[in-house]
Write a protein that binds this ligand. Structure first.
Ligand SMILES: *[C@@H]1O[C@H](CO)[C@@H](O)[C@H](O)[C@H]1NC(C)=O
Ligand SMILES: *[C@@H]1O[C@H](CO)[C@@H](O)[C@H](O)[C@H]1NC(C)=O
Ligand SMILES: *[C@@H]1O[C@H](CO)[C@@H](O)[C@H](O)[C@H]1NC(C)=O
Ligand SMILES: *[C@@H]1O[C@H](CO)[C@@H](O)[C@H](O)[C@H]1NC(C)=O
Ligand SMILES: *[C@@H]1O[C@H](CO)[C@@H](O)[C@H](O)[C@H]1NC(C)=O
Ligand SMILES: *[C@@H]1O[C@H](CO)[C@@H](O)[C@H](O)[C@H]1NC(C)=O
Ligand SMILES: *[C@@H]1O[C@H](CO)[C@@H](O)[C@H](O)[C@H]1NC(C)=O
Length: 544
């Protein structure tokens, strides 16, 4: 026993030595690459890997009252559905700029909301705090006059609404913390009927918030949730019998768990149009190391596991439902001030948009449009935070088809590409997570996929082809370089090609203008910068 152990130790010593040698070699090689500072973006252009909705960009509005605080900070102010200033001109312009922006109305308190419909007998009063009950609040109510104001606002700003319904209605919570019993759809049905009769357009009705899987606060079993979803489908079919297009039916609006989602999607079948999952992959907002996570490529990569698993579950279930990210705020419990509302968050946010697209996510709802520390808009004065502009530039440049993209050179570059929105070309998104190295990148088309089914493995050089436009001196491309003001990652001001993005005194959203670069030049990606490159003349089969 002992001898075996020592022999093992000896063996490991040799292994350790070999590792050191290899690591040294690896180190010399990679530092040589770094000194070189160049890299290649490979874009697979034969076919799209994922397809996103025309209105992929979505943001949420929540119910939290001003009393909502986390870790001693109260970051919601008047950002609730119930008290937002709908007359604010910046707010209106910010939504209009997306033409259209999808807005998902929901959040924790949605499962405590009653709707002031004619048949509703309970008084229509706001939420009040009570720490001894679920979610810490009494039930609140949506007055129909407020619903009317909201719909006038949505119609005026061109927002498309996804409304999250109270899915706890009619259930009771057992001693194990499970919500049991069937969903009582009575109040929801009269609210949906009232909405349809008032000619308010709702694009989707979503059932519940974070009640799936292990749940947050409480949970509902997958089998019951499927029954309730079919019930909602029947309600929608009844109410919108003569209306076209019929709103979508969406669920469950919670965290992905393989077994729960598998059962739910199998049983809810085609009653569902979209399945929504939530993402808070950065952990709690109180974490002082959020920035280190955001700037760590391996950390960012982890979320791909969820996207991949969900994609497989959908495939296996034979549902027609597509996948949406229904709510994603990065850091939970309202995010973190000067991180979630600062330049650095765009590395996380744009990486999420890119990754979600690759896994065929149709819509991505950011928590939040306004409210908490993760708002796209400043909670007190409605001015856009850096992520607002990141979303807007995405909206302007990234088309529906996501292309498989990889980067060789350094792991600190994140790379994504889509068919361009405004041309037959492509748009490449590159992010430099490194604080000191400027990277020079060339785009090459990777045609490896086309060789996948042939027996001959062609050489690397043959499999990739230099872009033909590269030698064409006439061709230019458009670049959008995003950096933090004063190089400060915590800055709430983002620079586009060196100029601050700011609303003017009229409350107008600034135009998003590129610089034009000769296509023979490599793409320069400065430290801690984000670059969108629109290449109108790079035409690949996937985008033709
Ligand atoms: C809070 O809720 C509990 C349980 O329903 C109730 O007994 C208590 O009176 C409530 N407290 C307040 C301040 O309303
Ligand atoms: C809704 O639209 C229909 C058809 O255009 C119209 O007859 C009805 O009066 C409208 N209802 C309201 C409340 O505006
Ligand atoms: C939503 O699902 C229903 C029921 O399967 C289907 O009839 C409808 O066409 C779907 N809507 C969209 C936009 O796919
Ligand atoms: C909103 O903007 C003001 C003015 O720039 C700033 O002082 C404040 O910190 C911002 N609030 C939040 C929550 O970011
Ligand atoms: C860059 O980041 C590294 C690793 O986080 C750190 O050690 C170094 O001090 C940083 N350099 C600058 C110039 O900020
Ligand atoms: C080209 O794309 C294929 C397909 O995924 C990938 O496996 C390969 O690594 C890519 N080649 C390069 C050089 O990036
Ligand atoms: C682009 O660069 C090439 C090579 O340096 C040069 O010959 C050509 O004139 C440039 N084209 C434009 C439009 O500046």
């Amino acid at each position: 026993m002992r001898e075996k152990c020592c022999r093992q130790i000896w063996f490991f010593k040799v292994l350790f030595f070999l590792c050191c040698v290899l690591q040294f070699l690896d180190y010399t090689v990679s530092s040589a690459v770094e000194e070189d500072n160049t890299g290649k973006v490979f874009v697979y252009g034969r076919a799209a890997v994922g397809t996103i909705d025309e209105d992929f960009i979505c943001a949420t509005l929540d119910w939290w009252p001003p009393e909502k605080c986390d870790y001693g900070t109260c970051s919601w102010d008047h950002a609730s559905i119930l008290n937002l200033d709908l007359n604010n001109i910046i707010f209106q312009n910010a939504i209009k700029a997306f033409a259209p922006l999808k807005i998902r109305i929901g959040g924790t308190l949605q499962d405590l909301v009653i709707y002031e419909t004619p048949d509703q007998k309970q008084p229509c009063v706001p939420f009040t705090q009570n720490s001894s009950i679920i979610f810490g609040y009494t039930q609140g109510c949506l007055p129909m006059h407020r619903w009317g104001e909201l719909n006038a606002f949505f119609s005026k700003t061109g927002a498309k609404i996804i409304f999250g319904l109270n899915a706890l209605s009619g259930r009771s919570i057992n001693p194990k913390g499970e919500a049991v019993g069937a969903w009582d759809s009575t109040n929801a049905e009269s609210f949906i009927r009232y909405t349809a009769q008032s000619n308010y357009t709702v694009d989707g009705w979503e059932l519940g918030n974070e009640l799936c899987g292990g749940g947050v606060g409480t949970r509902v079993a997958a089998n019951q949730y499927a029954i309730d979803t079919i019930n909602l489908r029947n309600v929608v079919n009844r109410v919108y019998k003569n209306v076209s297009p019929m709103p979508l039916v969406i669920g469950p609006g919670g965290f992905f768990e393989d077994a729960w989602f598998s059962e739910y999607l199998k049983k809810a079948g085609n009653s569902l149009n979209a399945t929504t999952h939530h993402i808070y992959d950065l952990g709690p907002g109180v974490d002082e190391h959020l920035i280190e996570k955001i700037l760590n490529p391996s950390y960012l990569d982890q979320e791909a596991n969820t996207f991949r698993s969900l994609k497989n579950v959908i495939k296996k279930s034979s549902t027609k439902a597509v996948s949406w990210v229904g709510e994603s705020g990065g850091a939970y419990n309202s995010g973190r001030n000067l991180v979630s509302n600062a330049f650095v968050y765009s590395f996380w946010y744009l990486d999420q948009l890119g990754m979600a697209s690759v896994y065929d996510t149709k819509t991505y709802c950011r928590q939040s449009l306004i409210g908490g520390n993760y708002g796209l808009l400043n909670t007190t004065n409605f001015t856009p935070n850096p992520d607002y502009y990141s979303a807007l530039i995405w909206r302007k440049l990234m088309g529906r088809k996501a292309l498989f993209t990889s980067f060789s050179g350094t792991k600190k570059i994140r790379s994504y590409a889509h068919c361009a929105r405004q041309s037959k070309g492509i748009t490449v998104l590159l992010m430099n997570l490194d604080n000191t190295t400027t990277v020079l990148a060339k785009v090459e088309l990777n045609n490896t996929f086309s060789l996948r089914h042939t027996k001959h493995v062609k050489s690397y050089k043959r499999a990739t082809s230099q872009l033909s436009w590269d030698s064409d001196g006439e061709v230019q491309r458009e670049e959008y370089h995003l950096t933090a003001k004063d190089g400060n990652l915590h800055s709430q001001t983002m620079l586009l090609n060196g100029n601050a993005l700011q609303v003017n005194s009229m409350g107008d959203i600034p135009p998003i203008e590129p610089i034009h670069i000769n296509s023979t030049e490599p793409i320069t990606i400065a430290p801690y910068s984000i670059v969108f490159v629109h290449m109108p003349s790079v035409v690949v089969p996937a985008c033709a």
